[in-house]
Design a protein around this ligand. Structure first.
Ligand code: GLA
Length: 379
């Protein structure tokens, strides 16, 4: 973490000849369970992780934003009162500026440098991290209060209406409100947050398959539309409002595909609430089984896994000390997550790495991750 802080600080000095006035960061996340439930007003259980987007900056006296991306080795510049859509990483900054201004806040310009270690398209919410880091940068140079939930909603608006990915609220909300040492059970309708801890002697291991997605052209928007179709059939606002019993009584009225999409969401909400109870009881075995059930449902009913995710999850589950494993995030590639006995974590990572590389020819990135705090400013 401090590594990237030093990097943005040093490159800022190189580019601007002085120290930055502010250094802001916003984390990526791993979701333990509750996948594709957020846009159905359901429950999710993410934690903010020790991988983040970092911006070092100083205010400007005009309405220009100028940013150097260390990762892309490129400068971008835009005017706050003349925002036009284009393509590239800067769209997340522009979209965020657009959303905050749309909410009625006056923004000031700034300039700075950015870098991050949340791999793009890996299911760890690199875009939400960039959106929230951008919001935090504007907060530091403008005159509005930092309301994490409001900033998360504006991040979602940027994603939906500026970038064009019809995503839910989970990623922005956890990037804005994450708590050190805790996962958060989130009710995506009320946006109520409940901190929960991992069972004793367990760690969360992220397993990056090194395959990638983009949610603007994956099947993400299609999945969301299918869920909305199912909710409409049941005459409710969102699938959150359909109980398992009601679903079973009426499932035959839906087409096979829409029935399976709805079944995933409805059963996933039940699993996520049970998972929160398992965590409160310190019950790693039950939590692991629920994670396994989540993956199987995402694979068979929601159909958002790929071969790489299924392979790494199967390998993980076969290792000693693994309570459960599943894909995490939107799917169609990216990362899986496993709950592993602390004492076994190192060997687990080695063994999964070797077996996955042997099976696929891809070299995975596997690491234990810590729960961190949400978007913040560092001295
Ligand atoms: C992506 C979206 C989230 C959520 C997950 C799936 O990460 O950004 O809103 O829908 O996929 O759970």
């Amino acid at each position: 973490m401090s590594n990237l802080k030093q990097t943005v600080e040093k490159i800022f000095e190189e580019k601007f000849g002085q120290n930055p006035q502010f250094i802001v960061r916003a984390p990526g996340r791993v979701n333990l369970i509750g996948e594709h439930t957020d846009y159905n007003d359901g429950f999710v259980m993410p934690m903010a992780i020790d991988r983040a987007m970092w911006i070092a900056l100083r205010p400007r006296s005009d309405k220009t934003v100028r940013i150097y991306s260390i990762d892309f080795d490129v400068w971008e510049e835009f005017e706050l009162n003349k925002l036009e859509k284009a393509t590239g990483f800067q769209e997340y900054l522009k979209g965020m500026a657009w959303a905050i201004q749309e909410a009625g806040y006056e923004l000031n310009g700034w300039e700075g440098v950015m870098t991050g270690d949340v791999p793009r398209g890996s299911g760890l919410s690199s875009s939400a991290a960039l959106e929230l880091a951008t919001a935090r940068a504007f907060y530091e140079v403008s005159n509005f209060d930092w309301n994490p939930k409001e900033m998360a909603l504006l991040g979602q608006k940027c994603e939906n209406q500026w970038v064009g990915a019809n995503t839910g609220i989970m990623d922005q909300l956890i990037s804005a409100t994450g708590q050190k040492g805790y996962a958060l059970k989130i009710d995506c309708r009320s946006l109520d947050l409940e901190p929960v801890t991992l069972p004793p002697d367990t760690v969360v291991v992220v397993m990056d398959t090194m395959t990638r997605h983009t949610h603007t052209d994956s099947g993400y928007n299609e999945r969301r539309a299918q869920c909305e179709e199912a909710a409409k059939h049941f005459g409710v606002k969102a699938l959150r409002d359909v109980t398992l019993e009601t679903f079973k009584q009426h499932q035959k009225e839906l087409s096979d595909v829409v029935m399976r999409r709805a079944r995933h969401v409805i059963t996933e909400d039940v699993r996520t609430q049970k998972a929160a109870n398992a965590m409160k009881a310190g019950d790693a075995v039950s939590l692991g089984q629920l994670m396994n059930g989540s993956h199987d449902s995402l694979r068979d009913d929601f159909e958002v896994t790929n071969d790489a995710l299924n392979t790494i999850v199967d390998i993980a589950r076969a290792q000693e000390g693994c309570y459960g494993a599943r894909m995490t995030g939107g799917g169609f590639g990216g990362c899986a997550v496993a709950l592993v006995k602390t004492a076994n974590a190192e060997l687990f990572a080695d063994k999964v790495s070797t077996a996955y590389e042997k099976a696929t020819g891809l070299e995975p990135h596997i690491y234990v991750c810590e729960a961190t705090e949400g978007a913040s400013t560092l001295g």
